[in-house]
Write a protein that binds this ligand. Structure first.
Ligand SMILES: Nc1nc2c(ncn2[C@@H]2O[C@H](COP(=O)(O)OP(=O)(O)OP(=O)(O)O)[C@@H](O)[C@H]2O)c(=O)[nH]1
Length: 212
């Protein structure tokens, strides 16, 4: 059967329990919002295909449990992630403070070139806000990440956040391909020069040894 996509991208969602990771994912893949909180057990994943500049990208998004007791399981998934979506809840200051811990886990267990974005979810619940947009944006700037305030409930910025994380992964991998092609060009140039030099040396030797 013909492949339905050109590239596969793996994203991982991290953040405290209850920040809305599962709701964001369901909103993105199924356009649904379920207000009941059923804690994720270990990890779960969903897929969606995006068209990014004409490239069909199959995005595989791993939704991890935020609860401490699943950490041993969830950490095993960091290694294969190409992009991380860090999520906190704008109505929960502690979930914002814990980002330092999530980020340090990623530094320890994820590949060096993993791409990262920061998301403050539940932006619809303005009356309960505990983390200002400015605080979120400053932290993202410190970490060198793009920043989005989202709402799984109203769908605000959900597509934008996942699409941006996917684009960043694609760009990083394109750079790798370019670097690889660049070194291949250098190698071929050098090989052509070496072959030319060998040729010249052989011609000279032939001339030197010629008695005529
Ligand atoms: N107001 C509002 N509530 C939200 C939003 N997203 C999620 N919630 C609520 O937050 C609660 C937790 O959402 P989940 O998606 O289950 O949280 P989680 O981060 O996946 O939690 P764990 O699986 O335990 O790690 C649910 O009761 C949701 O209804 C949102 O954008 N706005």
């Amino acid at each position: 059967m013909a492949k339905q996509y050109d590239v596969l991208v793996r994203l991982l969602m991290l953040g405290d329990s209850g920040v809305g990771k599962t709701c964001m994912l369901r909103r993105f893949t199924d356009s649904e919002f379920n207000p009941t909180h059923i804690s994720t057990i270990g990890v779960d994943f969903k897929m969606k295909t995006l068209d990014i500049d004409g490239v069909k990208v199959r995005v595989q998004i791993w939704d991890t449990a935020g609860q401490e007791r699943y950490k041993t399981i969830t950490k095993q998934y960091y290694r294969r992630a190409q992009g991380i979506v860090f999520v906190y809840d704008i109505t929960n200051r502690l979930s914002f403070q814990h980002l330092a811990m999530w980020a340090s886990d990623v530094d320890e267990f994820a590949p060096v070139k993993v791409q990262r974005i920061l998301v403050g979810n539940k932006a619809d619940d303005e009356p309960s806000r505990q983390v200002s947009k400015d605080q979120g944006s400053k932290l993202a700037e410190n970490y060198g990440m793009d920043f989005f305030e989202t709402s799984a409930s109203t769908s605000t910025n959900i597509i934008e956040a996942f699409t941006r994380a996917t684009e960043l992964v694609l760009q990083a991998h394109m750079r790798d391909v370019d670097d690889l092609l660049g070194s291949l060009d250098d190698y071929l140039d050098q090989a052509a020069l070496d072959a030319e030099k060998d040729n010249q040396d052989t011609n000279e030797n032939t001339r030197k040894s010629c008695a005529c």
